[in-house]
Design a protein around this ligand. Structure first.
Ligand code: KIV
Ligand code: NA
Length: 265
């Protein structure tokens, strides 16, 4: 199997082939989606919500992200693996940012890291890139800043914020980032960004005129059920499948149907 690289991702943009990306946080799920042929696996700090049950992504630690990333990397044979560098481990101190990024790369074996923000974290981005670590940007709705925004509504609807986002995207490209995620912004703005920068732009709630799409795997498989934003397309209803399977098992145990003779030694 030919491994996906940043070079291949750039070629996909150049050739107009859309890039597919999903999150994963553990070995079993990563093995499934890598086997299915996904291009990029993101070990997202959404693990804080999906895996740990926190309300935001802020509480997850660098050690916990490395644990998730290590499990994912063990499963992956083809996909490019990107890891979110968590809140508090890169902002405002480029030496700490570099140290955090190096820990992720060294301890997990992942292929790149993702950071949230533009001009504010420029020094950290440059420092991490200088060590040869590929960096993916993330602009628009950046969940680590949720207490600044106050809500999870669409970002950059106003001209000033849209202009800053476009400038930040150009800045991230100039710094040397290999791709940018755009979250929950108007489709017209996302299209403009994807046309302006030459690196791949991956959208989530950013419309179809970008170079690829990303979703949280538990959301698109219907495992998480409370979270149903307009941008989410649900491809399966695993909550129903899992609930029914578990209920069936309980029934069989109670009815002394399981295990039967063939299932016993
Ligand atoms: O953590 C995450 O799942 C993400 C994606 C939504 C882009 O950052
Ligand atoms: Na994230």
């Amino acid at each position: 199997i030919k491994r996906i690289t940043t070079h291949i991702l750039q070629e996909m943009k150049n050739n107009g082939e859309k890039i597919s990306m999903l999150t994963a946080y553990d070995y079993s799920m990563a093995a499934l989606i890598d086997g299915a042929g996904i291009d990029i696996i993101l070990v997202g700090d959404s693990a804080s919500n999906v895996m740990a049950g926190h309300e935001t992504t802020l509480p997850i630690t660098l050690d916990q992200m490395i644990y998730h990333a290590t499990s994912v990397v063990r499963a992956v044979k083809r996909a490019f693996v990107v890891v979110d560098i968590p809140f508090g481990s890169y902002q405002g101190n480029s030496s700490e940012a570099l140290r955090s990024a190096i820990r992720i790369m060294k301890e997990s074996g992942a292929h790149a890291i993702k950071v949230e923000g533009g001009a504010e974290i420029k020094e950290s981005v440059i420092r991490i890139l200088s060590a040869g670590v590929p960096v993916m940007g993330h602009l628009g709705l950046t969940p680590q800043s949720i207490y600044k925004f106050g809500t999870y509504t669409v970002r950059a609807r106003e001209e000033a914020e849209a202009q800053k986002l476009l400038d930040d995207a150009k800045l991230l490209e100039e710094c040397g980032c290999f791709a940018i995620v755009l979250e929950k912004i108007p489709a017209s703005l996302a299209k403009k960004v994807a046309e302006t920068v030459s690196i791949p732009v991956i959208g989530i709630g950013a419309g179809g005129n970008v170079d690829g799409q990303v979703l949280v795997v538990h959301d698109m498989l219907g495992i998480t059920q409370e979270f149903k934003p307009r941008f989410l397309r649900q491809y399966a209803d695993l909550q129903t499948i899992i609930t029914e399977a578990v209920q069936h098992y309980i029934q069989d145990v109670k009815a002394k149907d399981f295990p039967n003779e063939n299932e016993s030694y």
